[in-house]
Design a protein around this ligand. Structure first.
Ligand code: SF4
Length: 244
C-alpha cells in the first residue's frame, strides 16, 4: 500500500511555494467546512478508547461483507472456541471456519486469519501487535500492508480505532459521498482514494470525519435518492449543486 500523509508536499510539484499555498487553501478549505458542517449536524465524535490492535484487526476482517450483528457473533464464537491466538493458529482451518461461520465467507476469512497469525508468530515469536501503538503511522500502515488479504481500509480502521492514529478509512458510504462531493475521482483505486484523504484531512479530524461521513451516508447521502435539499454540505457538493 502506498500511503501519503496530511500536509505532506509532493516532491514532483512544479508549483512555486506561493502557488502551492494557494492550491492548498483551495483544496483544504472545503474539507474544513465540510468537517465543520457535518459536526454541527451529527456532533463531534471522539475516540477515547485505545484497544488491542490484533483484536481490532480480527474484528475488522470478520466484519467484511456482513452485518455488525453477524460479525460480532462470529467474533464472540471465535473467542469462546479458542482461548488464545496460539490456539487459533494450532486449529485446523476447517475448525476455525466452523467457529466463525455466522460472519459469512468463513473459509476465506479463516485462511486470512490463520495466515496473519502464522506470519506474526514467525516474525515476532509471539502473536501480538501491541507494538503498533508506538510505531509512526506510516510505518505501522506499511507493516500491516505486508499481510495477504489486509487492504487499505482494514489497515486504516485498525490504526484509527485501536491506536488512535491519524489515518482515514473509507467504507462504501464514504466512497459514495466523497465521489458525489468531488473530493475523490469517480474512477479511483482504494489505495489512491485513501492516499488522497490522508493528505486532505486536517490533523485531529480523522476520526470525526470518518464517523460523520458514515452517519451521513446512512441517513442523507444514501445510495438511492440522496436527500440533497436537507444536506449540510450541499454547497460543497458537485452532485448536490446539479440537483437543487
Ligand atoms: S448534496 Fe446530496 S449528494 Fe452531496 S453530499 Fe449531500 S446528500 Fe450527498
Amino acid at each position: 500500500m502506498s500511503t501519503s500523509w496530511p500536509c505532506k508536499a509532493t516532491s514532483e510539484s512544479a508549483l512555486t511555494p506561493a502557488k502551492e499555498t494557494a492550491v492548498a487553501a483551495v483544496v483544504e478549505k472545503p474539507v474544513h467546512y465540510i468537517i465543520q458542517n457535518l459536526e454541527r449536524t451529527y456532533g463531534v465524535p471522539e475516540n477515547q478508547r485505545i484497544s488491542d490492535p490484533l483484536y481490532m484487526l480480527i474484528q475488522i476482517i470478520l466484519s467484511q461483507a456482513t452485518s455488525d450483528i453477524n460479525s460480532h457473533r462470529a467474533f464472540t464464537q471465535l473467542k469462546k472456541r479458542f482461548p488464545t491466538w496460539d490456539a487459533v493458529l494450532r486449529a485446523r482451518e476447517a475448525t476455525l471456519a466452523a467457529a466463525i461461520r455466522s460472519g459469512g465467507l468463513a473459509n476465506q476469512k479463516a485462511a486470512v486469519i490463520r495466515n496473519l497469525l502464522r506470519q506474526i508468530k514467525e516474525r515476532h515469536g509471539s502473536i501480538d501487535l501491541s507494538f503498533l501503538h508506538n510505531m509512526p503511522t506510516e510505518e505501522a500502515a506499511q507493516y500491516l500492508a505486508q499481510f495477504r488479504g489486509i487492504g487499505p481500509k482494514t489497515i486504516a480502521c485498525t490504526l484509527l480505532f485501536a491506536c488512535r492514529k491519524e489515518i482515514f478509512p473509507l467504507d462504501t458510504h464514504i466512497f459514495r459521498t466523497l465521489r458525489r462531493v468531488g473530493l475523490i475521482p469517480r474512477k479511483c483505486t482504494d489505495e489512491r482514494a485513501h492516499d488522497i484523504m490522508n493528505q486532505l484531512v486536517p490533523k485531529g479530524k480523522f476520526y470525526s470525519l470518518h464517523v460523520n461521513l458514515v452517519r451521513h451516508g446512512r441517513t442523507l447521502c444514501r445510495p438511492r435518492d440522496p436527500q440533497c435539499t436537507n444536506c449540510p454540505i450541499v454547497e460543497y457538493c458537485d452532485y448536490g449543486q446539479t440537483v437543487i
